[in-house]
Design a protein around this ligand. Sequence first.
Ligand code: RIB
Length: 311
Amino acid sequence: MAKKILLIGSANMDLSMNMLRIPEAGETLLDDGGVAYLPGGKGANAAVALTRLGGHCVFCTKLGADLHGQKLYSYYKDRGLDTSFVKVDHEYPTGLAVVMKEASGENRIILYPGANNMLTAENVQEAFACNPDAVYLGFEIPFAVTVSAARLAAARGIPIFVDAAPASEEHPLESLPPMEIFSPNETETKTYTGIVPFGTEGCLRASLNLCRRVKCKHLVIKLGSRGAFIYDGKHYDMIPAFRADKVVDTTAAGDAFTAAMTLRYLENGGDIKDAVRYGSAAGALAVSKKGAGDSVPTREEVLAFLARNPI
Ligand code: RIB
């Protein structure tokens, strides 16, 4: 039976713009590289990924009562997400992310959270009625709501998975209860620890620093094309990245990675190395497609990629 994962997180419409380069301060740049509104949001991208990869994802989020909200709601329905706990706020608009994509494939994102900030602890509490096998959390909603969700999960003995994005120095990470996996990327690790996770020594120093604040069974630092660093409080390992067939758009690659890793970990009895490799394959596939939510691969695509790229 498919694992039921309650994902409590953000939903955004992405205003996605392609450009040769980001403008300098005070500069106006004309670039007709293309622009589109695409479904996004770190929470929603991971929810779509979990569903495409074969999980049963119950998505708890908050949309605005506007056209973007309506479009996103239909999109979630079309993609097979369980939308029983998708709420609507009547005051604030749906979250909007401006995603600036340079020709190199790198992106910069600025987010107006809108209705995401209106998700409440009561909304979250209601969603636990779905009796999930696991709870998946991110930081694009109020941090206090994430903490309340984590505490509800911990009180019920439900395993917790955290994609630690986006990061803020202000986040009181110590207030999160013990979890299975805590996974920041390179930039987020630097924000939380002040340490650049470069090379084994840098990664280990950052891990030791983070693990003084976060109680997790596994810390997984996503390092993009350099792979992922895993640490369990005693042992560490560097899992190399797969080479992507092509790099078209890196938006949501991290979301796809963490979602795929989480689902695999739940399915394989907690084999973290296998789960990280699976997540890494999902990330490599996501960068080869345009967009956010729709760039995440299916289970069949990840398995075929792994078969083409044996260890
Ligand atoms: O991780 C990518 C996502 O970050 C985008 O889809 C955007 O909405 C921001 O939340």
